[in-house]
Design a protein around this ligand. Structure first.
Ligand code: HEM
Length: 167
């Protein structure tokens, strides 16, 4: 029964992690490049529809990854303070928690909040804030690059933790 719970938590945690970090990688690797090839009007209309969905979907995937990860951590560490904090495994997972929370916080401030501000400009009938939009766009992209970099560090920590589980 305990193994089934660990399997289900691990499965859902990895799925949520793919949804989170995969979405950021897709946005940077595909959406951003494709948007550069689209004319301005079509780009504005697409971003107007895309941003509201993305700034709901990505934080939900991030919170699910972190919550499921913490539950898996507590379950695998048998709620034992020594296993959870006194072993290399426990410390790797705690480091991953810190990096994940940093990625989430950066994403909320630099991507979600900036996305909301970009939307207000896109909603203006004739926006004349080109320079401001340029700055916002750069911050939006920077936030995604940083979140992706931290996410990849977390994946490496996860692999290392799983490799030496409680040994
Ligand atoms: C960017 C966020 C994260 C991603 C993409 C991610 C992804 C993964 C992946 C792919 C694995 C499977 C590793 C393997 O079997 O080789 C894993 C395992 C695990 N993750 Fe995460 N994870 C993230 C954040 C977290 C957080 C915040 C926690 C808890 C504080 C956590 C706790 C765990 C635990 C306990 C395991 C099992 C490790 C083991 O088998 O010894 N993860 N994670």
């Amino acid at each position: 029964m305990a193994d089934v719970l660990a399997f289900v938590l691990r499965f859902l945690h990895i799925l949520a992690g793919i949804a989170w970090i995969g979405a950021v990688a897709f946005s940077l690797g595909v959406v951003r490049r494709a948007m550069g090839r689209v004319d301005l009007d079509a780009r504005r209309r697409t971003m107007r529809q895309l941003i509201p969905v993305a700034i709901r979907y990505v934080p939900m995937a991030a919170v699910s990854t972190i919550v499921l990860g913490v539950l898996l951590y507590l379950h695998m560490g048998r709620f034992d303070a020594f296993l959870l904090t006194g072993t290399p495994w426990g410390r790797l997972i705690l480091a991953a928690l810190v990096f994940s929370l940093a990625a989430f916080a950066l994403g909320m401030v630099l991507v979600v909040e900036t996305g909301r501000r970009i939307l207000t400009h896109l909603d203006e009938p004739a926006c004349e804030h080109g320079p401001e939009m340029g700055v916002l766009q750069k911050r939006f992209n920077l936030g995604q690059v940083l979140a992706l970099a931290l996410g990849l560090v977390v994946v490496a920590l996860m692999i290392e933790a799983a490799h030496g589980y409680l040994s």
